[in-house]
Design a protein around this ligand. Sequence first.
Ligand SMILES: [Zn+2]
Length: 251
Amino acid sequence: MNNLKDEFLEKYSRQIIIDEVGLEGQKKIHKASISIVGCGGLGTSAAQYLSMSGIGSLTLIDNDIISLSNLNRQTLFEEKDIGEKKSFVLANKIFNINSSADIKHVEEKISEKNISSYLQNSDIILDCTDNFESRLIINNFCHNKKKILISAALQNFEIQTFIFASWKNKKNPCYNCVFPDLTNNDETTGCDEMGIIASVAGIGGLFQANLALNYVLGLRQKFDEFILFDSISLDVKKISVKKNSDCKTCG
Ligand SMILES: [Zn+2]
């Protein structure tokens, strides 16, 4: 038992020495349970850093297989992994980083029918998907089941990120409040065919991992901001977003 404790203290020593983290904070990180829906450019980057930080429970969900064109941005995937299931390969890679974590992988597309069985035990859900149909399903679930939702989207050189807790009070918006006109019919205009620069996808996933860790540590409790990062000018814009009283999800 002592060896395990010593290993824990040594492995996370550079985090534990920070006043805002400390041993108590590192224990909170270890107790946190996070699901990552979508193991592409955002999801692989987020999963890598969350596992390195010591998150104790991670669920990775994706029904896709690894292809050659994924290797420009989907960190941890290698040429030899082409043709394998993304969530399975990613789970194995992050187990090599943190073998004491509880890591689950699901090789299915998230749907209204199956979402509860896969996400109900997580406190925080990272939406790393590339289509609006999945985003709306995840948003509905997070609002109804009182989960923290951390969403990101990439557009050329720009990254959009949000952390939502629409159930916490009557002011916090949900994803649907920010994008009220999206319907499932908009799936064809999703971002699965958009151009993506490797480093921009990585930063997007890192923003999500960072928001998750700050939430777990109680360092940031702001749920009404749309965060825009321009990867060329390096400007960050934070736009205040209000709940839409007519929102179909949380209004
Ligand atoms: Zn809403």
